[in-house]
Design a protein around this ligand. Structure first.
Ligand code: NAD
Length: 210
């Protein structure tokens, strides 16, 4: 099974499993049952078994899963051994917060370049990251071989900036703007909408809460 064949929903759960396995590893636990894992990560055990089955028989009946071998397996799948540089476009309220956070906890992803139109912040270092003028976007993405960008510009600028990023060779866009971006088939867009997430949470509390 190659990474392209893994269902998207499964792929989205892999970092959740990976994070929890790291915690288990740090506490010295060497194995875990799918039921225990299910309780910890709040994913039902049948789903966990199905997710893991895409990668072959990783667990043994009556024994559970070996934490270290699962961990090294996920490390490989999730490319955790390689540092991935990403760019942030739009260093305003939201962009600033993301730059400041900079994914330290996960270790393998970091924002290494930022872009903006505001003369007051370009050509400066912000939270340890250089902020380039947006006019340099395509050139810098190619130069620094950055394939993933985080989009935190106003809606009105979103599509234009996306076109430039695509011209610069990006393969993936984490889109915080409310715009549904038009991109070539080969480019993946992951939309993040906090309002949506909150409304979903409230819906579940109201309809299925204890
Ligand atoms: P902001 O106005 O504080 O920041 C936008 C930044 O983009 C500014 O620094 C501005 O100079 C820069 N910018 C403008 N045009 C640009 C261009 N063409 N190229 C590069 N940079 C450019 O806005 P914000 O509050 O940080 O919000 C940013 C975006 O995120 C908006 O689209 C907003 O709707 C969205 N947003 C999404 C969520 C969510 O949950 N998805 C939450 C908050 C905000």
């Amino acid at each position: 099974m190659t990474a392209e064949n893994i269902p998207r929903a499964t792929a989205k759960r892999l970092p959740i499993y990976y994070r929890y396995l790291n915690i288990l590893h740090d506490t010295g636990k060497s194995r875990i049952s799918s039921t225990e894992l299910a309780e910890a990560v709040q994913v039902d055990s049948a789903t966990i078994r199905r997710d893991f089955s895409y990668f072959g028989a990783l667990g043994k009946r009556g024994y559970g899963y070996d934490v270290d071998s699962l961990l090294s397996f996920f490390k490989q799948i999730l490319n955790q051994e390689h540092l991935t540089n990403v760019a942030l476009i739009g260093v305003g309220n939201l962009g600033h917060a993301l730059l400041n956070f900079n994914f330290h906890k996960d270790g393998n992803v970091r924002i290494s370049a930022a872009f903006d139109t505001n003369d007051a912040i370009v050509n400066k270092i912000q939270d340890g990251v250089p902020v380039y003028p947006i006019t340099e976007l395509a050139h810098q993405l190619k130069e620094q071989q950055i394939q993933v960008v985080i989009l935190t510009v106003p809606s009105s600028a979103a599509q234009g900036v996306t076109d430039d990023a695509v011209a610069g060779g990006v393969k993936g866009i984490l889109n915080f703007t409310p715009i549904r971006l038009a991109v070539p088939d080969a480019v993946l867009v992951q939309n993040v909408d906090l309002t949506n997430e909150l409304q979903t949470l409230i819906y579940f509390i109201e309809n299925f809460g204890k």
